[in-house]
Ligand binder design. Structure first.
Ligand code: NOJ
Length: 564
């Protein structure tokens, strides 16, 4: 079965005049579209710009205050205008929504909150018509506690085949009253919950690395992979172009489930010595997943891999494992020359060792938005925005795939939400000590002067949108040549259209203190960054795009520039 999208754009293409302006085309066509060469490459993901849609927060078509697939369908024109190659949909499968879809109770259907299979099929077809590929989240480490398998496991005795699909153990202590080991949940509290047996007495414990509503599957049980294979083929046969694999460094567990060193963990924190993740058995699982994907030559998988060590990371993207590995180095880097350079060098080094492709991202639905992060402890959002714009040019100047989290292209900051609206399970599980991730998941502002800014027809959206976002709506930014949206559109268009982006490597230039400059090794595009609080002279070359207006011909503070 082939799921090749009819045609794709490539980068090494049209003759275009360099421009300093970030003015988007006035036409409703995607700006670079007519200039793009199109191809049917099975390697579309090598340099793809993938737009992450957090479906709850993107656009609401039915007025219930929660975003849905109909909303995505209605806004596809925007994504074409932005110029992305593909979308990644965070989970849309049937879910009780304990973790907003990352707790799946039926992996082969669409949750009614988001729509139905017919809407999903329509979305895939409409996206393909617009030359946009569709990838979706898949959650193989755990299911929902309302998955029929888990219901059967709870209803069955210890040692039963039903329990063998999950990780059930007897407790420690005289009466099994203590958890089987000392593992904490990533979301706070213990990673084990005790169940009541048929006689009503407390019985075994089950493992959940995340919320109690997300029991971990037992990947030593062949039934588990067989079911995942069904799921993969179900969606691939419907035409999806690949998957983002949730917790791709999870799944396998260490033999005997030994206690871990608790000094290595914190809430939502990752550490390479964390026994809950990155166990050697995970690679056999990825090889089996890849064997399925190989039946669909133009489909690609990207894995969520919170692993720092370059060699350990690279193991996930060996040729017979994942196509791409999410690399979070830029999302964690401070806006300093040392951090940015180390993130880029390590990312390139890691993938080179196995002939893989790098990936870049500044944020996602699990981390603070970059505008806020770069605003630093003083919370200076205007500095944060300038830096976020500069970093957008950095990531889009690099070889490899770039993942843009919805709203990054609008320069949205995190929102400091009041306690009473928080929904992330982290808030409850941490005993209200950790606010969780809701602040980066606030619904997108589309148009108009008041919340919810066209996101929904109801003002009662699942998270409130701040009134201060009136100037950040798509409508407000679309025709503003200085807007962040215009910067992204221009950058994406140039990235596709200009031959200067050719080459898989970068070469570093000498740069003044507080500055960073690199160049694409074949096309010779130069990207220079100024992290100082004063302007600096530009490197030689003609300016193609700048994240901030030049100041007397010099690169502004907290800005980046592309030169040819
Ligand atoms: C990683 C996802 O990105 C996150 O949102 C989710 O809570 C956990 N995995 C558990 O599925």
């Amino acid at each position: 079965m082939s799921n090749v999208v009819p045609s794709r754009r490539t980068r090494a293409v049209a003759e275009r005049q360099p421009s300093q302006s970030s003015q988007p085309s006035e036409s409703s066509e995607s700006p670079g579209k007519t200039a793009h060469q199109l191809d049917d490459s099975t390697n579309w993901w090598h340099n793809a710009v993938v737009y992450q849609i957090y479906p709850r927060s993107f656009a609401d078509s039915n007025g219930d205050g929660v975003g849905d697939l109909g909303g995505v369908l209605e806004r596809l024109g925007y994504l074409e205008l932005l110029g992305v190659d593909a979308i990644w949909l965070s989970p849309v499968m049937t879910s009780p929504m304990a973790d907003h879809g990352y707790d799946v109770s039926n992996p082969r259907d669409i949750d009614p909150l988001f729509g139905d299979l017919a809407t999903f099929d329509a979305l895939v077809a409409a996206a393909h018509d617009r030359d946009i590929r569709v990838t979706m989240d898949i959650v193989p480490n755990h299911t929902s506690n309302q998955h029929p398998w888990f219901a059967a496991a709870i209803a069955s005795p210890a040692g039963s085949p039903e329990r063998a699909r999950y990780i059930f153990r007897d407790g420690r202590g005289v009466n099994g009253e203590l958890p089987p080991n000392n593992w904490p949940s990533v979301f706070g509290g213990p990673a084990w919950t005790r169940v009541a047996e048929a006689d009503g007495q407390p019985g075994q414990w089950y493992l959940h690395i995340f919320a109690a509503e997300q029991p971990d599957l037992n990947w030593d049980n062949p039934e588990v992979f067989a079911d995942l294979e069904r799921t993969l083929r179900f969606w691939l046969d419907r035409g999806v172009d690949g998957f983002r694999i949730d917790v791709a460094h999870g799944m396998a567990k260490p033999p005997g489930l030994p206690d871990m060193d608790l000094a290595t963990v914190g809430l939502l924190v990752n550490d390479d010595n964390d026994l809950r993740f990155n166990n050697p058995g995970v690679h056999a699982i990825h090889r089996k997943i890849r064997a399925v994907l190989n039946d669909y030559p133009s489909a690609a998988n990207v894995g969520e891999i919170w692993v720092d060590d370059n060699v350990a990371f690279a193991n996930y993207i060996r040729p017979d494992e994942l196509h791409l590995g999410f690399n979070f180095r830029l999302a964690k880097a401070e806006f300093t020359v040392d951090d940015i350079r180390a993130a880029i060098e390590n990312s390139l080094t890691a993938v080179e060792s196995v002939g893989g492709r790098p990936t870049w991202t500044l944020s996602n639905h699990d981390v603070e938005r970059e505008v806020t992060r770069y605003g630093g402890e003083r919370g200076d959002l205007s500095v944060g925005l300038n830096r976020a714009r500069a970093m957008a040019l950095v990531e889009l100047a690099l070889p490899g795939a770039v993942f843009i989290y919805n709203g990054a292209e609008l320069g949205l900051p995190n929102v400091d939400l009041p306690d009473e609206v928080l929904q992330d399970p982290v808030w409850e599980r941490s005993g209200h000590t950790e606010r969780g991730r809701d602040g980066c998941r606030v619904p997108l502002p589309w148009e108009g002067a008041a919340p919810p800014f066209g996101f929904s027809s109801t003002p009662n959206t699942w998270l409130p949108t701040p009134a201060s976002w009136a100037s950040l709506t798509v409508e407000a930014q679309l025709e503003d040549i200085n807007s962040t949206l215009s910067l992204y559109r221009q950058a994406l268009e140039l990235r596709y259209a200009r031959s200067e982006f050719a080459g898989d490597g970068v070469e570093w230039y000498g740069a003044p203190a507080g500055c960073l400059a690199f160049r694409r090794n074949v096309g010779r595009l130069v990207c220079a960054v100024n992290t100082n609080d004063h302007p600096v002279a530009l490197p030689p070359g003609e300016v193609l795009l700048s994240s901030a207006p030049l100041i007397n011909g010099e690169l502004a503070p907290n800005a980046a520039v592309w030169l040819v």
